[in-house]
Design a protein around this ligand. Structure first.
Ligand SMILES: Cc1ncc(COP(=O)(O)O)c(C=O)c1O
Length: 372
């Protein structure tokens, strides 16, 4: 068996407190284990939190994206434009839904999909755009809306890394036609397992999604579509409700940690910091990602000193084997995404990390034997 490396400063760590344990226990002892009351309450509360009318929980963020696409009738020859620099579930969901993912490159100075590059990739078959609020930093939603609205193209926000982030005073998830979230254990809030959520103001899409996630049912014995068993378990919803109540406080803590990193790493040779909080843009620092031409050396240096770092993501989606095979992508297809893949490094960030730990990590990052 391979030994598990334990780090004195881990990258991230889910928080499970007494109230969550009690909520889980209560749910297991008193509720229907599937589609119990906590599921509906969690959906109501999450919709309210995002500022939308409808929320439909699912078994994962990937399922949320796939079901959202299918609920909007996106299929067959329809094209969906998204970023090649994300977790590969984003574009996998398009393929699962039966449609065709098309990529546009990311911003030259940030991590998110570039609206101008998307514009150049639009075709008459484009039905939707999926901007990803990568690392918890909101994508340029006003520009995506301008691009899509008058052409009848839908925007599906992949907010799987951005619970609670805001753009021009509105929470992500409420800015497009549909928003999708993941509650996987590493996220800013988790259901302590897999889980996801679709949020929207479109009642028809929400109804279709409720049916898709529950085998295609419209009532107990009536099937309207070929659906999935993709429900959120009740016990996970019960935990999610408590986590949601902590989310704003945790996000505030993450922003404070990011601020300390910025102060500590300001001017560090060869280390580029993440995009800053511009007016109207409130990120939630799911990850604190620096860029360095010495990324691998830096990563090793941190690891040797007990600090866990990670690379999100070392291979852009279009260069992963199934995409190369299916679509024939080669190196050079999306240069900006490829450049980021070689330079990004995620430093530890989580609400419970101490100021001292952040300074320790920063000191290691600033080590002059590594930087240029
Ligand atoms: C940007 C992004 N999209 C989609 C997903 C898929 O979510 P899940 O792992 O819950 O299926 C994730 C998370 O893992 C993600 O980070």
């Amino acid at each position: 068996m391979q030994a598990r490396h334990t780090f004195s400063i881990p990258l991230m760590r889910p928080i499970v407190d007494e109230e969550m344990l009690q909520a889980a226990l209560f749910s297991l002892q008193n509720e229907k284990l599937v589609m119990g009351e906590s599921v509906y309450k969690f959906e109501e509360e999450f919709a309210r939190y995002c500022g939308v009318r409808q929320a439909v929980s699912t078994a994962s963020g990937t399922a949320a994206l796939q079901i959202a696409l299918q609920s909007m009738g996106i299929e067959g020859n329809d094209e969906v434009i998204t970023t090649p620099f994300s977790f590969f579930a984003t574009s996998n969901a398009v393929i699962h839904a039966g449609a065709e993912p098309r990529f546009a490159d990311v911003e030259n100075d940030g991590f998110n999909l570039d609206p101008h590059k998307v514009e150049a990739r639009l075709t008459p078959k484009t039905r939707a755009i999926i901007p990803v609020h990568l690392y918890g930093h909101p994508a340029r939603m006003d520009e995506f809306r301008d691009l899509a609205d008058d052409k009848g193209i839908s925007i599906i926000e992949d907010a799987c890394q951005a619970h609670g982030a805001e753009f021009n005073g509105k929470r992500v998830g409420s800015l497009g036609h549909v928003g999708c979230f993941s509650f996987y254990t590493s996220k800013n809030m988790t259901v302590c397992g897999d889980g996801g959520m679709i949020v929207t103001n479109d009642e028809q899409v929400a109804d279709a999604a409720r049916s898709f996630r529950d085998c295609g049912r419209t009532s107990r014995y009536t099937m309207q579509r070929i659906g999935y068993t993709s429900r959120l378990n009740t016990v996970n919803a019960a935990i999610g409700r408590v986590q949601l109540r902590r989310l704003d406080k945790w996000n505030e803590a993450r922003r404070k940690i990011a601020k300390i990193y910025r102060t500590e790493l300001e001017g560090a040779g060869g280390v580029e910091l993440p995009p800053t909080e511009t007016p109207g843009v409130t990120p939630v620092y799911h990850l604190f990602v620096v860029r360095s031409n010495h990324r691998d050396q830096l990563s090793l240096h941190l690891e040797k000193n007990g600090v866990e770092a990670a690379i999100h993501y070392p291979i852009p989606i279009h260069l992963q084997a199934p995409y190369r095979t299916r679509y024939g992508y080669l190196e050079g297809s999306f240069p900006q995404a490829e450049r980021l893949a070689g330079r990004v490094l995620s430093l530890p960030i989580q609400p419970a990390i101490t100021e001292g730990e952040v300074r320790t990590v920063s000191r290691l990052v600033r080590d002059p034997t590594i930087s240029e």
